[in-house]
Design a protein around this ligand. Structure first.
Ligand code: FAD
Length: 289
């Protein structure tokens, strides 16, 4: 077998290996090793070369910038993200609900995005927050929104010589926030429907409104045209706009052939968020137990 395992110690070295060999980055390995599993007591076997990137300092850490954006290194684990006070609430919430504790200490945000599983937990709040990636290669760096990077189930815009370096979340400040994940466990199949929503209100006017849904289709669903029905309007107009919004949201998800119960649950969650606000909910998190 010609497959190799590389262990670069700097990003520069990693980018060179990536360009020359096309070896795939292996961060926490929690997706890759499962794909290569052969049986109890046997080492996983992969049909491609990998490079273990977990030692690359350039991909670590969580930092805040002066413009209010937050940069999360590709190697940050769900545990690090969940316990960071500078990471926006929706992302912390999603990270804290990922798998069991061992997985939360091993998995990485770069792997969660790089894997592009429709069931991945982090892309959904990241897309809500208009987060983007910094992709590094020997040619330099480029940025791309998480929404554009994830093309579909297991399909990304990553080029053969690129590595995800970091995830940048622009500044946002919401009056109301909502996050919910509903897990349904059947034998080995774990499917989870998740929804994030956020609204900013200034002097009764809705200056920002967003919603995104995960595990509902091949990729995260966000409909900016549906959001526009609510954005820019007055808070007391919500009851009269709600049906139009929900039907536009439904149209946005219809190409994804979502099972009826998922469609219904997503709708119920969005309706709940909007109803609570129009009933005069206190600013903050809606629906937190
Ligand atoms: C028992 C179990 C439970 C799980 N539960 C959950 C869950 O609740 N929620 C959830 O979202 N996921 C879950 N997962 C899936 C998995 O743990 C996550 O997707 C995780 O974030 C993957 O990160 P990793 O670093 O381990 O990825 P890896 O396996 O190292 O990599 C995954 C993919 O991303 C690519 N990649 C990794 N890092 C980079 C990078 N820096 N640049 C470019 N490409 C990169 C790899 O080449 C590979 O294609 C679970 C997995 C297991 C085994």
């Amino acid at each position: 077998m010609g497959e190799m395992i590389y262990v670069p110690t700097t990003l520069e070295e990693a980018l060179q290996i990536r360009k020359e060999t096309g070896a795939r980055p292996l961060a926490g390995g929690s997706d890759i090793m499962v794909q290569g599993k052969r049986g109890i007591g046997l080492c996983p076997e992969l049909p491609y070369s990998v490079m273990i990137i977990s030692g690359l300092d350039e991909l670590k850490g969580i930092t805040a910038s002066e413009d209010g954006s937050v940069t999360i290194g590709a190697l940050a684990t769900p545990s690090e993200i969940a316990s960071s006070s500078i990471v926006p609430w929706h992302v912390r919430k999603a990270a804290s609900g990922m798998g069991a504790i061992a997985l939360r200490n091993t998995a990485t945000i770069g792997g969660n995005i790089g894997n592009a599983s429709p069931k991945g937990d982090l892309p959904q709040p990241l897309i809500l927050l208009d987060a983007y990636l910094v992709l590094a290669s020997e040619r330099g760096e480029r940025t791309i929104s998480v929404d554009d990077f994830i093309i579909g189930a297991k399909k990304t815009a990553l080029m053969d010589d690129e590595i995800i370096k970091s995830v940048v979340i622009p500044h946002s400040s919401f009056t109301y926030s909502y996050y919910r994940k509903i897990g349904m466990r059947r034998a080995n199949a774990i499917s989870k429907l998740s929804l994030s929503a956020a609204m900013t209100v200034q002097n009764g006017e809705i200056t920002d409104f967003r919603a995104s849904s995960g595990a509902a289709g091949p990729k995260v669903i966000r409909s900016r045209s549906a959001e526009d029905i609510i954005r820019g309007r007055k808070i007391d107009e919500i009851p009269s706009l709600k049906e139009d919004f929900l039907s536009a949201w439904n149209d946005a998800i219809s190409p994804h052939a979502m099972p009826e119960y998922r469609r219904h649950t997503t709708r119920r969650m969005l309706e709940y968020f909007l109803d609570e606000i129009s009933r005069g909910a206190e600013p903050g998190i809606i629906g937190e137990e």
